[in-house]
Design a protein around this ligand. Sequence first.
Ligand SMILES: *Cc1c(COP(=O)(O)O)cnc(C)c1O
Length: 351
Amino acid sequence: MSSAPAPQSVIDLRSDTVTRPTPAMRRAMAEAEVGDDVYAEDPTVNRLQSRAAEIFGREAALFFPSGTMANLTAIKTWTHHGTEVICEAQAHIYLYEMAGISAIAGCMPNIVPAPGGVLTWDLIEPLIRPHIYYRAQTALIELENTHNMHGGTVYPPEIANDVCERAHAAGLPVHLDGARIFNASVALGRSVADLTRKFDSVMFCLSKGLGAPVGSMLVGSRDFIDKARITRKLLGGGMRQAGVLAAAGLIALEETPKILHCDHENARHLAEGLARIPGISIDPKKVVTNILIFDVQSTGRTAADLCGELAKKNVLCSPTGKFSIRMVTHYDVDRAAIDRALSLIGSALQR
Ligand SMILES: *Cc1c(COP(=O)(O)O)cnc(C)c1O
């Protein structure tokens, strides 16, 4: 499965968001049956929402224009102005969502760094505020699986389940930023329903490795999704004939999970190749999904400098720190392109 037309010469490893819709998605978009989704009358959106709910074993699901809006909607639905949200120190909701958690939901993020981005209960528990009238109250715990800025790491299911159980015992809901939960599912060989069943709400992206041009989903109980629908409208996310987008989303949801393992194999292959290049530091065994973050300090070059030079050779990647670079594999970069990227990176560092 690959999309057309692709500029073959560019190897774009900046993100899996750059995937273009497949010919099958484009056909489905052209032929989609549509209606006004603000009236809940778009049959294709309704089909996508029921299918997502079914796949996750939940009562309901809701289609969003972005993961950022879906996460913010979940946060705003579970919290109240002046409450706190516990999340990992490099969580996407904390670093890359325009501080919407504070600017719009009115919440304080209460963060803690976790090895591999995997928050355990012993890290979370001390952050829960005591019930004293002058303390802001904890309203929500948020986990991220796979963890983007920790290099696509996967939550061990027992840890995620343990956090959910203990949070519930403490009276707190848990939201999952599962932008790439299908990658976690493929890496572990467990269904997304199984991995997420204890969470109160789950966000996942259709527009990342699954390849849809636009869209993310929120899944949860009927009651939660009814409330989220109102919040989505408040945020300007009520769309009209959105079936043209949902049509591509349905194909992304049904078809792409079957081939995500290729992205993981390519990421591991890329990591093994990078590890052989002098000056680059990465442990290929830690690359379990489609994201790699590696260190280039020993090359004597900064990440920005190296990314800039690689861009001139048509290999695109992102600096994530002064000496760290992120690469993300996806279905528009095949094994031959990975090998080409490796040789171009090797030659860039030889001089
Ligand atoms: C991409 C991403 C999101 C949502 O991003 P949008 O670009 O708004 O769709 C949320 N969380 C994580 C971990 C992500 O990688």
